[in-house]
Design a protein around this ligand. Structure first.
Ligand SMILES: NC(=O)c1ccc[n+]([C@@H]2O[C@H](COP(=O)([O-])OP(=O)(O)OC[C@H]3O[C@@H](n4cnc5c(N)ncnc54)[C@H](OP(=O)(O)O)[C@@H]3O)[C@@H](O)[C@H]2O)c1
Length: 311
């Protein structure tokens, strides 16, 4: 078996928990592909898992290799993984079993798509989890259509910067809340209305929305209900919104968890190829500095994505 480097946690804990280990690489099952990772991105779920605060990852999964997003080159295909061949450049979302912060990872072929031409592995690795979260929130759960209005809370972060661009590409009117430092960035993404949440109360600036896409939660969520028109929808990536409140206002409200979907990833890749969507990478770290990269994202002020480079 080949030994490869993986960033693992042996116990849940703080920034010191991840370790670089040399580990035997498992081989792909029938429907899987083995990918030689070139870049892997960081998501907030990674530090939630690291600290033991993510319900789907309990002690029975330790030692656990962190990481849900990769871009790289197919090294080997399982017996029935005929969608790809060795040598293909791909990107994909790793399942809840983790494994992205590594030199190699096995993924279901259904979670993988061809890397969009015109961007490198670093930018491609930024796409899968955050991109699909944005896509599924806006379109699968929110049903956002051209001509509708959507307020995206947190438009400068990993999910938010994709959401602003996807909603614009769809032909929606996009409003977003960001901090003072990120107003110009949000405008550059194409947002129609950018509200500096440090200087203004967003509820005094907007009303009559078709959708609120909430990536922040708490007080931001609570102050958003009254901005929805009847029949509108509030979609959250965080906690379950109150169904009583939704019923009272005549709106829909939900929380969802992102799912890996290679076909959807291929749709997103098309928008990247045409230049309608650009993944933004704020900072890169080498794989061995994964703990530091994770700590940077944990501060909660990322602009776009932070990505690990591998070899
Ligand atoms: N349910 C799921 O499947 C799923 C999937 C992906 C992500 N998530 C969750 O969704 C959330 C967002 O993820 P992410 O990857 O986009 O996080 P991220 O990259 O860390 O971005 C967070 C962004 O929020 C901004 N922000 C902080 N407070 C704000 C406020 N009051 N109003 C507006 N913006 C604010 C931050 O910028 P400033 O500090 O400069 O404002 C930062 O740009 C995370 O909690 C994550 O765990 C859930």
């Amino acid at each position: 078996m080949t030994k490869v480097q993986k960033i693992r946690i042996h116990q849940f804990g703080g920034p010191e928990a991840p370790h670089a280990d040399e580990v035997d690489q498992s081989q792909p099952d029938a429907g899987q592909v083995l990918v030689a990772v070139r870049a892997a991105s960081i998501n907030p779920v990674d530090f939630k898992i690291r600290s033991g605060k993510y319900p789907a990852v309990k002690e029975d999964r330790l030692p656990y290799t962190l990481g849900r997003d990769v871009s790289g080159v197919v090294a080997k295909c399982g017996a029935q993984a005929s969608r790809f061949k060795a040598g293909d450049d791909v990107l994909g979302m790793v399942g809840i079993c983790g494994g992205g912060y590594a030199e190699q990872v096995v993924l279901a072929q259904t979670a993988v798509a061809a890397k969009p031409s015109g961007i490198d592995h670093i930018h491609a690795a930024a796409i899968p989890l955050a991109g699909q979260t944005a896509w599924q929130g806006l379109f699968r759960h929110g049903g956002l259509k051209a001509g509708q209005s959507v307020l995206i809370h947190g438009g400068s972060g990993g999910v938010g910067h994709f959401a602003v661009q996807f909603a614009k590409a769809k032909g929606a009117r996009v409003l977003t809340t960001v901090s003072t430092e990120n107003v110009d960035f949000a405008r550059s993404l194409g947002a129609d209305v950018v509200i500096d949440y440090k200087k203004k109360r967003f509820e005094e600036e907007v009303s009559d929305l078709d959708m609120v896409f909430d990536l922040i939660d708490g007080d931001t969520r609570e102050r958003s209900w009254k901005l929805l028109k009847k029949g509108a929808v509030l979609v959250s990536t965080l906690t379950d919104p109150s169904q009583e409140k939704a019923k009272e206002l005549g709106v829909r409200a939900m929380r969802y968890t992102v799912e890996a979907d290679g076909d959807e990833l291929a749709e997103i890749a098309k928008l990247v190829v045409t230049g309608k969507v650009k993944p933004y990478v704020q900072q890169t770290f080498p794989l061995k500095a994964a703990a530091e990269a994770l700590a940077a994202v944990e501060k909660g002020h990322s602009v776009g994505k932070v990505v690990l480079t591998v070899k």
